[in-house]
Design a binder for this molecule. Structure first.
Ligand code: AQP
Length: 329
């Protein structure tokens, strides 16, 4: 069976970009692939976190994975920090990654600018840990949003470099980036991607926002001058809303343009808000239910960590042997 890895950070509440760009797409793979979906809490500490909050957010994120429809028997849902092979392989791969490569990463540059008082080494080597996450599971594909494309390319380069020296150790992963939804933009600054760390709460729709909040945020969404509901590069605000609506309502971009031909921005924004609220409602209800069932979630955490560890250790042992670490006696 082919394999697949993806993950999300436990740094905040998931937003519509995380959902449409990644999580929603994850649902289609469970029969064809051995799927590993991780809560990447080790990545989260590259930025300072409150311990109690981090623990809570990590659990909520894992619960949201299930609420969004991932079957925890068919998919392996686990915490990165429970599988030490992530850290061990990351160290090894650090020694096969060049400073110059990491210096070129745009996410690092953005984050370093945002967190100037804490530019730690973890922030710099973040893409190496991500490479380890992916390569540990011999992933054939990695379903992510557009912003992760550069990290994926680096992962492939590191894997190819390693394989060239030691033989075929790693599967070379392909990014899986959908055409629509791969880059959902901020509702307030539609030339910027929607992001968890945006300080303006009106810029993002969070997965647990209630219907009124969702509709209010869409009503306030920044749009362009003009009044046509048309998808085009010079209309980033409206184009973003068209993209969101088309996914939420299960229509194509053209069908959406047609549906709202001759209609005003106000009416369209309301329709987007309603479609998104309707799409998220069942997830929110399931999340509320699951959150009450402590034992069930605990059992998933335990069983899946063991499964992930089993697969991850197989790759790690192979790598350790290849590079010449002494065998265990
Ligand atoms: N705006 C987006 N549109 C589509 N996909 C997106 N992703 C993130 N933002 C968008 C995808 O969501 C997955 C999980 O991302 P992450 O948890 O690794 O966090 P991130 O990429 O750092 O995203 P954020 O939410 O923007 O966090 P901050 O503000 O902390 O940087 C990935 O597959 C990502 O591509």
């Amino acid at each position: 069976k082919k394999s697949l890895f993806s993950g999300m950070q436990a740094t905040g509440t998931l937003h519509l970009g995380n959902y449409l760009g990644a999580l929603k797409n994850w649902l289609e793979f469970e029969d064809e692939y051995e799927c590993f979906y991780c809560v990447v809490d080790m990545h989260s500490i590259t930025v300072r976190q409150d311990p109690a909050e981090l623990r809570k957010k990590a659990r909520n994120l894992l619960t949201l994975y299930i609420a969004a429809g991932l079957d925890p028997v068919k998919n392996c849902l686990y915490y990165q920090s429970h599988v030490s092979a992530h850290a061990e392989l990351a160290w090894i791969l650090n020694c096969f990654t060049y400073m110059g490569e990491l210096n070129r990463m745009t996410q690092y540059k953005d984050k370093a600018a945002k967190h100037a008082q804490n530019i730690n080494a973890g922030l710099f080597t973040y893409p190496v840990l991500m490479a380890a996450d992916i390569l540990l599971f011999q992933s054939d594909i990695v379903p992510v949003g557009e912003d992760q494309k550069q990290h994926l390319e680096l992962t492939r380069d590191i894997a190819e470099r390693f394989n060239k020296i030691y033989g075929d150790v790693f599967t070379i992963p392909e990014p899986y980036i959908k055409k629509t939804g791969a880059r959902i933009m901020s509702l307030q600054e539609p030339t910027k991607k929607m992001s968890k760390s945006d300080e303006n709460p009106n810029a993002s729709i969070f997965l647990l926002d209630d219907t009124d909040t969702i509709i209010r945020k869409f009503k306030r969404a920044v749009t362009d001058s003009g009044n046509e509901i048309r998808y085009s590069e010079d209309k980033p605000g409206i184009s973003n809303l068209i993209e969101i609506y088309s996914i939420a309502a299960g229509k194509s971009i053209e069908e959406t343009e047609k549906e709202f031909e001759g209609k005003g921005y106000g009416e369209f924004k309301l329709a987007v808000g309603e479609a998104v609220a309707q799409m998220l409602k069942p997830i929110q209800e399931r999340f509320a239910e699951l959150s009450k069932d402590k034992e069930y979630i605990d059992s998933i955490i335990k069983n899946n960590a063991e499964k992930a560890e089993y697969f991850a250790n197989k790759t790690l042992r192979k790598v350790q042997k290849k590079i010449g670490f002494p065998e265990r006696i």
